[in-house]
Design a protein. Structure first.
Length: 373
């Protein structure tokens, strides 16, 4: 965070419902259209020569993704829906108290969307809050147009930020709760998953130089739809769009696939995480050295997934200033020169030295690690 501390006494935070839409700047609108519409079959609500407004089959608000033509690939907005129009005033007062750039955009500034409160949040991201939105046809039962890889709705954002505990504290102030995280036994936190809706996350925080946008995730209802997207990309000789997966996440338990769009923006297709809506939903803490944390089958994470992410814009449309991560990086401690990881915590490592699980109880900061054997 640029100003590192959240003031002690803040006005009430806006009531966020969920991650609702994103805006990506793309350099070649036709190439982006081919990827998102012809391949992924997102539905075009509206388009012109500068922008395409897209939604998934279960979305009934005007759009969940905007592709806008621009000179440099970037993320221009991550949008959260708030519970009512009145929450926009709450958001304005809250972010003014946080001392960040806040703007109000009149209804219709963004097609199909009512009034927007736009902020550059304390982490440096361009965030929008809205309630009003035009309703459009919900294609839930239009199986005749779904195809075999039907994408149901937008699920979450994943953002890269240098200081995970500080970012977590900021999002807790906004009413988000942690479902899972990745840490080590030296109090370094590498990533955290946080939610408002009753799933594993609306936003995930990934440790690294930031602000950068790591990915936007859409969900399907079933795993086979993800497999079909892979088969289709192969058939189209576009398998180079597949960056990581398909696989089963450790964190979240969801089935996953990561794609890179023609501008390099990372899109995840994700399905079947679990319910988190009770107030005492247990937090799962993963050891960074657990080889199953990010892929339940132990499939290695490709280096690009850790290192590459999209530029984000400030509210004037300029690339946001990057802040370097000071803590160790997850890639360095797991796949770098000194990295190690284990499948069974209590066995010795392949080089014969004591495994990370030996001599300790599988506890991190007094909390039982998730899924340790
Ligand atoms: O790679 S992880 O298994 O940690 C993971 C990454 C879990 C859930 C996600 O949505 C994600 O992007
Ligand atoms: Ca460490
Ligand atoms: Fe994700």
């Amino acid at each position: 965070m640029s100003d590192n501390t959240v003031p002690a006494a803040l006005p009430p935070a806006p009531d966020v419902i969920r991650a609702a839409s994103a805006e990506l700047i793309v350099t070649d609108l036709a190439a982006a259209r081919s990827f998102y519409v012809d391949v992924l079959r997102l539905v075009v609500t509206e388009e012109d020569e500068n922008a395409i407004y897209l939604r998934a089959f279960e979305d009934y608000l005007h759009h969940s993704l905007v592709l806008r033509k621009g000179p440099v690939a970037a993320c221009a907005a991550l949008s959260y829906r708030v519970r009512s129009e009145a929450e926009l005033d709450v958001a304005e007062t809250y972010y003014k108290a946080l001392g960040v750039d806040v703007r109000r955009l009149p209804a219709g500034t963004k097609r199909g969307i009512g009034e927007i409160v736009q902020v550059q949040d304390p982490l440096g991201f361009p965030i929008e809050f809205f309630y009003g939105a035009e309703h459009v046809e919900r294609f839930t039962q239009r199986y005749d147009v779904h195809g075999a890889g039907a994408i149901a709705r937008l699920d979450h954002f994943n953002v890269v930020t240098p200081d995970i505990p500080a970012a977590q504290k900021y999002y807790e102030g906004l009413g988000f709760k942690v479902s899972e995280d990745i840490e080590d036994d030296e109090q370094t936190v590498y990533a955290a998953w946080m939610y408002r809706k009753s799933t594993v996350h609306d936003v995930a925080l990934t440790g690294g130089d930031g602000p950068r946008m790591h990915h936007i995730a859409f969900s399907t209802n079933e795993r086979h739809q993800i497999l079909h997207i892979c088969d289709q990309l192969g058939a189209l000789r576009r398998s180079d769009a597949i960056e990581r997966g398909p696989g089963r996440h450790g964190v979240s338990n969801a089935f996953y696939l990561y794609l890179r769009d023609p501008d390099g923006h990372r899109i995840e297709i994700y399905t079947q995480d679990y319910y988190t809506g009770d107030p005492d939903n247990p937090v799962i803490r993963w050891d960074v050295h657990d080889n199953q944390r990010r892929d339940w089958w132990g499939t290695p994470v490709v280096p690009s997934w850790y290192s590459e992410a999209s530029t984000v814009l400030d509210l004037d449309g300029h690339p946001a200033e990057l802040v370097e991560r000071k803590d160790s990086s997850e890639a360095a401690v797991t796949i770098g020169a000194d990295g190690f990881s284990y499948t069974r915590a209590d066995e010795t490592r392949s080089d014969g030295s004591a495994g990370p699980g030996s001599g300790r109880s599988g506890e991190v900061q007094g909390v039982k690690l998730g899924h340790q054997v």
